[in-house]
Design a protein around this ligand. Structure first.
Ligand SMILES: [Fe+2]
Length: 245
């Protein structure tokens, strides 16, 4: 399985606090059946800011440590970019890291309480540049909980994809979020599942339970969600790379 959203890089944000935690998170992911993680540190959220180059170097560093510890997990660079008006300028200047560093998909984080007015202009600008927006955990946004139809409109008009958190699907993050998450899937407003893992306690790097939950609810698209994550990461890469170890 591919995890497109994970805060595994040590010390870059509120995810893994050190290299040892990152290593244990990597093992937890492998035990869950995850083969690839896109490392997506928060950026531009008013607390954290990372250049694309900084993320590349941090991924190389942790990948090397995983190799030395013989952890069979591939890392890919990415970021979780908080929505902000200068986003397009920064992207043009090569300062924003897209998923897998491929310039095709951008993981975008919304505020929790509102939907900024600049939103649709950013979707439009990104689409013009051939970049598909992946919205991180829209089930947590209070406006979208009340107006989920907006996801359908964005998807239709700008090709926006909605990535829900595995813990929302399983109920680990509370019943309200689970109700919202499952209703998004049932209404076909959701396209992807990712762990959004931050640690080994409450937000672990695991996907299997969420896919099983979707399958148990007879949401047959569960396999399709897994495949979509794979296509996003590997569509341009031709054959999947073998493990570097
Ligand atoms: Fe996140």
């Amino acid at each position: 399985m591919i995890d497109l959203h994970c805060h595994i890089l040590p010390g870059l944000d509120d995810g893994a606090r050190d290299a040892s935690t990152a290593l244990h998170m990597a093992w937890a992911a492998v035990h869950d059946g995850i083969t690839d993680i896109v490392a997506t540190p928060h950026t531009e959220d008013g607390v954290y800011r990372h250049s694309a180059d900084e993320v590349r170097k941090a991924v190389e560093r942790l990948q090397q440590q995983l190799l030395e510890a013989q952890v069979p997990l591939r890392l890919h660079p990415g970021s979780e970019v908080h929505i902000h008006p200068e986003l397009i300028d920064q992207l043009r200047a090569g300062q924003i890291m897209t998923l897998g560093d491929q310039g095709r998909y951008l993981l975008l984080e919304l505020p929790l309480r509102n939907v900024p007015r600049v939103m649709e202009r950013i979707f439009d600008d990104l689409a013009d540049r051939g970049i598909t927006t992946i919205l991180a955990h829209p089930e947590r946004n209070l406006v979208l909980q009340e107006q989920p139809w907006r996801l359908a409109a964005w998807s239709e008009e700008y090709g926006v994809l909605a990535q829900l958190t595995a813990g929302s699907v399983t109920g680990q993050m509370g019943k309200t979020l689970q109700r919202t998450a499952l209703s998004f899937f049932q209404s076909r407003l959701a396209h992807l599942v990712a762990s959004d893992a931050h640690d080994l306690k409450n937000r672990r790097p695991e996907l299997r339970a969420a896919y099983l939950k979707l399958a148990a609810l007879d949401l047959q698209e569960a396999a399709g969600y897994r495949e979509r994550a794979e296509l996003i990461l590997f569509a341009n890469a031709g054959e999947r790379r073998s493990f570097p170890c």
